[in-house]
Design a protein around this ligand. Structure first.
Ligand code: GDP
Ligand code: MG
Length: 437
């Protein structure tokens, strides 16, 4: 919803051509409202709007040839700064036993995220050990064991002994068994309480973690931000992991949490599956919020999940703006291999599920699209502009679909292409130190 609102504001701005200071201020009022509705912290919104307005009403912007684009670029920049400004990496060193302590409220996703992080690190060549230090819920130990089994990682348990002793013993165990990252899944409570905090402080003092990562549920909005502040005060967190960003969150937590706590977001959880963890890139998140889709994340996902060469080819084509219907089809096929359709679709520019509302873009639709593209000649795929009425009828017949289906596909493709082009220009501009949105 935030994305659509911002898109609407910027569309209006773009339609104006020459901008006055009043135009910018009006747009900023609308941006402000959209952010507040998305549950972004009030003070953060105020500072943000002030910074953007200051930069945007300058003569350079208003008198430039593309004032609306300049304003959007400034918003994009400031959003990136707000959430970053840069990606924050995990502090994991080679040739030592690294200790990562996972903390957070009950249900925030600690156990799941411990598994996700373990899997992520093992893909990077690490040998993680998961540690069951939540002794209060009987099912918690078992849950971590199940997670470990799924991803083929060892799980250290000592039943319901003192979590401090468990953590210490786990670190010793790790150094004897050649595990180089110890991921401690600690207990949570429904609310922050002193007893829990003291236990976490004791664990921290005992094992001196390299990372203390707070797992927060992004669906809880400003509560997530408050929780993060409290944990940070007590434990001096080294990073945040925002979970459930795949859900119906309004985005407020992602936008405010770094600004309020000063603690960087290191990863985001994008689903229930153990592969649904992504490093957090502020710049990409900003573009995603602004509705530009996220080709880069998509490419990264493709690289991880599928044929490396194909992913590189796709990236190359996007950069060279030679993105054809064949590539579009290839991309959709890869989407299917990658699992969660909604999630991937939300990253393809111009193909966001919101935009496709009413189009029922489901598995069946994909089969349709594949059939339609397969019914096209090579020439048509390379150069869709030649597809006139009679060709459309032929393609529809050949693929067992309707002319409307063909039209819709061509429109989706054009949209995607346009966005891809904008994005690759943005990339080029960035390399040259110049932006163009
Ligand atoms: P813990 O109590 O903090 O250990 O939380 P759990 O790891 O048990 O997770 C609580 C619930 O949140 C489980 O149903 C998880 O599947 C779910 N969950 C965790 N991370 C994500 C996420 O990124 N997306 C979604 N949709 N669900 C998640
Ligand atoms: Mg748990």
């Amino acid at each position: 919803a935030l994305t659509q609102k911002l898109e609407a504001v910027f569309k209006k701005l773009r339609g104006k051509g020459k901008l006055s200071e009043a135009d910018v201020k009006q747009a900023m009022r609308e941006v402000k409202l959209a952010l507040l509705e998305a549950d972004v912290n009030y003070k953060v919104v105020k500072d943000f709007i002030q910074k953007v307005t200051e930069r945007a009403v300058g003569q350079e912007v208003l008198e430039s040839l593309t004032p609306a684009q300049q304003v959007i670029k400034i918003v994009n920049d400031e959003l990136t700064k707000l959430m970053g400004p840069k990606e924050a990496r995990l502090n994991i060193s080679p040739s030592k036993v690294n200790v990562v302590m996972m903390v957070g409220l009950q249900g925030s996703g600690k156990t799941t995220t411990s598994g996700k992080l373990g899997l992520y690190l093992s893909k990077k060549g690490k040998r993680p050990l998961l540690v069951a230090a939540d002794i209060y819920r009987p099912a918690a130990i078992k849950q971590l064991q199940v997670v470990g089994e799924k991803i083929g990682l060892p799980v250290f348990t000592m039943g319901e002994q003192n979590p401090v002793n468990i953590s210490k013993a786990a670190v010793e165990y790790a150094s004897r068994h050649n595990n180089d990252v110890v991921i401690i899944d600690t207990a949570g409570r429904l609310h922050v309480d002193d007893e829990l905090m003291q236990e976490l402080i004791n664990i921290k003092d005992a094992v001196n973690p390299d990372e203390i990562l707070l797992v927060v549920d992004s669906m809880t909005g400003q509560d997530a931000v408050n929780v993060a502040e409290t944990f940070h005060n007590k434990l001096q967190l080294t990073g945040l992991i925002l979970t459930k960003l795949d859900g119906d969150t309004r985005g407020g937590a992602a936008l405010s949490i770094k600004a309020v706590t000063g603690c960087p977001i290191k990863f985001v959880g994008m689903g229930e599956k153990l592969t649904d963890l992504e490093p957090f890139y502020p710049e990409r998140m900003a573009s995603r919020i602004l509705g530009m889709g996220d080709v880069l994340s998509l490419i990264e996902k493709a690289t991880a999940a599928i044929d490396q060469n194909k992913a590189r080819e796709l990236e190359e084509k996007i950069r060279k703006e030679e993105f054809t219907l064949d590539d579009f089809l290839e991309q959709l096929k890869q989407v299917r291999k990658m699992g969660s359709l909604d999630q991937i679709l939300s990253m393809i520019p111009g193909l966001s599920p919101q935009k496709l509302q009413g189009v029922e873009f489901n598995e069946k639709e994909l089969v349709h699209i594949e059939a339609i593209i397969n019914s096209m000649t090579k020439e048509e795929r390379m150069n869709p502009s030649i597809i006139n009425g009679s060709r459309r009828r032929r393609i529809a017949m050949g693929s067992g679909t309707s002319v409307q289906d063909v039209n819709r596909l061509l429109k989706q493709f054009e949209q995607t292409k346009k966005m891809v082009k904008q994005l690759s220009e943005l990339e080029k501009g960035r390399k040259k130190g110049r932006f163009k949105l």
